[in-house]
Structures are given as structure tokens and as C-alpha cells.
Design a binder for this molecule. Sequence first.
Ligand code: HEC
Length: 402
Amino acid sequence: MQNAPQTTKKGISADWLVRGVLTKIGDIFDRLTGRGYKPSSSLATSELIERMKFLMDSEAQTEDGRLFVPHNIKLKMQWDKFSTDSNESLRSLENEFLIAAVDHINDKRYYTKAPLHVEAKPDYFTQGVKLFVSFDKFADDDQEAGISVAVPGDTEEQIDIPTDAASIAEGERLAHIRGCNGGCHGKKGVGGRVWDEGWLAGHAMAPDIAKVARTYSTPELARVIRRGVRANGESVQIMPSPMFYHLSDADLGRIIAFLRSTPVTDANAYAFNAGPMWRWQMAKGEWTAYPDDIAKMGARIPPADPADSLHYGEYLARTSCSECHGDDLAGHDGTPNLTVAAAYAPADFSKLMRTGVALGGRELELMSDVARTRFHYFTDSEIEALHAFLRHRAEGTGRASP
Ligand code: HEC
């Protein structure tokens, strides 16, 4: 690594991971292309500029004896776990491309139909660098002329958002069960400080989700919720997207419908500040980004019919309990393996879900509160299905699916 760790007065700031590494544009390309260090006018950058010129030339169109070239230029770059703070370098990169494009247009006596616009942004699903040029605003990258690497799973499919009152009400119930409303995003979904471990580990603000639900397109929302990738290509950090990965289109559609029906307060904006300890863990590879974890999770479990209690129970467990009990429900970071639920008689399990009171009348440190804020929204038959699945799982086969 070229930028040696900078020791600050505190002695342990690992800020170089986020800022230092990316200060120089050359660095971005060096790491993406696997080349060694080069200054900003590096070979890698100038090679990309050559490609841009080539694309402009090949897309030029003649009108009234004049040659018009696309005026929208977009660069998508492989999102990197550490590049949460590379805005400055992206802006100077855009500037470098803009100057090169203007220069090329002058050289070739080209015309444009609108002012040149250059945009560079990181994107989780981009491998290496994708370069696009277009006469229109970029609606769908696939339809634009571009030099690109096709990456599967680039987009989340469009899902239907219902508009009827019953679906919106159901969306509210689902949002409570999953801890969106009345959970991490505050009582009414307006957001707030969701994680605060001091300066050493960091802190995060959950945003007002009503606002996000209106500013993100539906595929963007599906992508951030189920894949953990924000609209700007960055990973979420605290948001438990691995649990939401298995949400069905129908349930996710209802949740989004509900979020879009709630008033925007603008109270809180997204924020994530990784403290030096968190960054150190990232550097050591002890912490992996959620999108990476999700990519390894295999296929989304198929939507289950509520009448099929084992599969439905599995769906509920994986989309409601895995945040704390682990993706495989086998316990994680102080939570028990959910085989414990098999020890509960149906009535006791129902009591735990509805009132938070555990077997033997115990009050649990976190679980009791979670049940009271989230799980009392379960219906009786959902609780039965959940319990049936957890017992089945404890008996050995692990999953309801073969
Ligand atoms: C936000 C985190 C969180 C979620 C979500 C969560 N749990 Fe828990 N659960 C815990 C913790 C933590 C414990 C350990 C006891 C404690 O410290 O509260 C626990 C303990 C339990 C226990 C053991 C109770 C006992 O008798 O000691 C059961 C059963 C249980 N959870 C079931 C569930 C089920 C079923 C779901 C999903 C519907 C679920 N939990 C979702 C955090 C969670």
C-alpha cells in the first residue's frame, strides 16, 4: 500500500483506510486495475480517457452536416469496502474527464446537443470500471453505448407496489414485525441514532425511512433492503439486509407501500461514522460488508403459502429472527440457537412472542423488549407456523425445505 498509515496524535486513527488511500485519483485506478501506484495523470486514467474518446467517436451522429457526440458521460467504479469517503477524489476525476472531453470536442470540431455532463460514482455491482456515453439522461445502463463488464445481479427486479388500504395496513404490520417501524428507525420510522459505540467503534444514524422510500426508486429500495447496497453504490453498515434478503416481493411491496404512505419528517438523515476500531476490523478482514455476505447466501427462499406451516414458519424465522439469532438461526453474538424454542410448549412460545415473558416467567435482557415491540404483531397462525418450523428444525433436518 502506497499511503503509509498516518499516525495521528491519538495514535490509532486508521483514517488512511478511508481517506488516505483514495486521496489521489491514481489510487482508485491502481487498485481497480491492479496496477502499481501512478500519479493522477496515470496510464490507467489516460487509458480510460482514450476509451471515452473512442466511444464518443463511434457514437457520433451526423445532423445537418454537423457531427454530434453524446454529452452525458458516466463512469461506474467498483465499489470498495473502504471507499466510503471518496467524494473528493470522484469530483476531481469527473473534472479530469470533463477537461479531456472538451478538449476532444474542440480537436474534432464536434457539436453537443446539451452541455457536457460527467458523472463518476462507485457501484457495488460493478467490477472494475464501466464507462457509458449517451445523448439522453441515463435511464437504463443496459441500453446505453458503453464499454462494460456484465455482472449478474446488477439490478433488483421491479416489484409491484400495491395502493389499496388493506395492503398498506398489512405493510405497517410487516414493518413492525421486521423492526423497521417501532424498531431501529424509531417509533414512527423517522430515524435516529441507532448505533453508538463511542468514538473508538463509531456511530450511525438510521434515516427517516418515509423520506428514503420516496426518494429512492422501487428497484433502488429493493436493492438497499434486500441486498444492502445504497443508491450511491455504497454498502449499508448496520441495517440488517441479510435478514431482509429473503423477504418475498409481495411482502416487500406492501412494506414499501406503507413507508410511502407515511409522512416525511425530514428529521434524520443517513449517517455512518466508522471509528478506528471498526476500520481496523475491516482492514483485518474480520468484518465483511453485508452485500458480500448476501452474495454468498444462495437463492432467496421461495415465497411460502401460509397454509404450508413448515415453509411459512421458515420464511418467518429467516425474515424476523436471523438479525440476532444468525442467518442459520444457530445463535450469534450472545443469542441462543433457536433450538431452545423447541423446549417451549406452544402456549409458552406464544406468551414469549406476545408479551416478552420467557419460560418460567423470566424477563430477558433484549428479547423481551423485541417481542413486545415487534412480535406481538404476529397473528396466532404465524406464531404456530414459526413454532412448528423451529421444532422441526430442532429435531434435526435444519430446514423445512428438502
Ligand atoms: C433484535 C434481536 C433479536 C431478534 C430480532 C430476535 N431475538 Fe430472540 N433473543 C435475542 C437475545 C439477545 C436473546 C437472549 C436473551 C436476551 O439477552 O434477551 C434471545 C433469546 C431468545 C429465546 C430464548 C428465550 C429463553 O427462554 O431464554 C428465544 C426462544 C428466542 N429468542 C426466540 C426468537 C424468535 C422466534 C425470534 C424471531 C421471531 C427472535 N427470537 C428474534 C435477540 C433477538
